[in-house]
Design a protein around this ligand. Sequence first.
Ligand code: ADP
Length: 259
Amino acid sequence: MQTPPAAAPQASRATREPESRASNSNQSFSSLIRVQSLRKSYQTARGALELFEDLDLEVEAGEMVAIVGQSGAGKSTLLHILGALDAPSAGTVYCASTHVTSLSAREAAAFRNREIGYVWQFHYLLPEFTALENVAMPLLARGVGKGEALRAANQWLGEVGLEDRSDHRPGELSGGEQQRVALARALVCHPRLLLADEPTGDLDGVTAGRVFELIERLHLSHGLTSILVTHNMDLAMRCRRILRLENGRLTEITDVHPK
Ligand code: ADP
């Protein structure tokens, strides 16, 4: 794994002083994401594994944030908690005006469909469906009619440069193309937040760069707030903000960008 530069970068806690905030309201935070005193532990055969004990994070709307850190540091777990795919052991998570940690399973599913676009290292496209059908799937899941869902999916395949591959099944696409389709599927419902877990980790260097460029372009053109987990420091440095997850805490890396 590539690690951040040996000369220890300046680091600070990954929170900022709020501009204005009422302490008892879910809605009044200026941040799109606000995580406070997050704790996550797993019970294992060898006892409790404490992943986060007191983790804080704030992310403003429109930010593109990279999270780096050693394998096993808890990066995927953190993304899952932010996106209501996993529950913390303690602490609070506000995300897109929602108190994520208090959602029922049904509410969490609706929250994910409405607010979150996920991309993983592996595309997880359904092999028996075409690229177009895969992209339309989240719209169909929220009850959009088939014709409208396929039209929107076709438009999104155009956005990721694959309109001419709409009838291809995932097995008939290259790795980079599969990840482009996965991006279109993640964004077809117009979420506010893109959570990407090693989205280029399974691609060669050139293809990874191109997919990353696409993420940057979509981030800007759709006004997304994006959090990307990556072990690729060259790609992380293209984000405005880099956080390192280490020993259960996030620290801000502030001096890796060229002056
Ligand atoms: P990263 O994404 O930084 O590589 P992960 O979030 O995937 O790290 O995992 C963090 C640690 O938590 C790892 O040591 C992993 O083995 C452990 N872990 C993840 N899920 C579970 C689970 N369900 N039960 C027990 N341990 C787990």
